[in-house]
Design a protein around this ligand. Structure first.
Ligand code: 0O2
Length: 227
């Protein structure tokens, strides 16, 4: 009975009108911000689709196999806020979390990755904020991809807004490795020895996928030289 009263007291204190107002004030801008990120994804996705079309006309080949997009979930944003020790404010989120809008471009060949990245970065409405080249410098576990953080403008009814988007460019082989490694990484309860062995195996698979990319590129060059 006493506990119930305390609960009620606590509930009434917390869930008062002011609290509800605060929740509403925070939720609407977050929804709006997420909508801006969705728009930014559309802008960058269109840029890659346009490049793919142009290359298919000009060189009779599509450098892009697939484009995947994703908006970071609120749960993942909260985890990142905690990891980066940020305060929960939209300003902090926008200024410190750069991968809320994510676009993954899966290419056929490694050289196409650099070609596409170059074409994107040459566009006068795109600003490069950060580049991580895990292709030239793979991570210790074997992970390879080219990561770009770019700023892109979105044009709204009465304003222009600059939004950040994370672009990951990979070959099919890099994506195959990363997707499986991501799934396997979350398998828990492995002993130290097994986990070490698995890491070594994954590193070996990464080396094979790298070799596969290079071999495919050599085949591509041989074919184009003999055309
Ligand atoms: P999700 O769900 O894929 O978005 P930061 O983003 O700055 O806090 P970090 O590690 O400096 O963290 O960023 P980095 O190196 O640019 O990598 C971020 C993203 O790259 C990850 O996103 C993965 O998508 C991918 N990635 C990086 N390293 C690996 C790896 O070893 N294996 C796999 N499979 N993917 C990797 P998130 O945030 O993990 O999640």
């Amino acid at each position: 009975m006493k506990v119930e009263r305390l609960d009620n007291l606590f509930f009434n204190r917390i869930v008062n009108e002011e609290f509800i107002k605060k929740i509403k004030e925070d939720t609407i801008p977050l929804e709006t911000l997420m909508c801006y990120y969705r728009c930014a994804i559309m802008e960058v996705e269109t840029k890659f689709k346009v490049l793919n079309e142009q290359f298919s006309l000009r060189y009779d080949q599509n450098p892009i196999e697939t484009i995947k997009t994703r908006l970071k979930s609120e749960e993942s944003i909260l985890k990142k806020i905690k990891k980066k020790k940020l305060s929960y404010s939209l300003k902090e989120i926008e200024e410190n979390i750069f991968d809320i809008a994510g676009i993954r471009v899966i290419c056929s060949f490694e050289e196409d990755i650099y070609l596409l990245a170059d074409c994107l970065l040459k566009q006068d409405d795109i600003k490069l904020i950060e580049m991580k080249d895990y292709i030239k410098h793979p991570k210790d576990n074997g992970y390879r991809s080219l990561h770009l953080i770019v700023e892109v403008p979105i044009f709204l009814q009465n304003e222009k807004r600059i939004m950040k988007v994370e672009v990951q460019l990979r070959t099919i082989a890099m994506d195959f490795w990363a997707s499986l490694e991501h799934k396997l990484r979350y398998k828990k309860n492995l002993s130290y020895d097994i986990s070490k062995e698995i890491s070594e195996d994954l590193l070996e698979c990464a080396a094979i996928s790298r070799m596969l990319d290079h071999k495919m590129e050599i085949i591509r060059h041989r074919i184009s030289e003999n055309k």
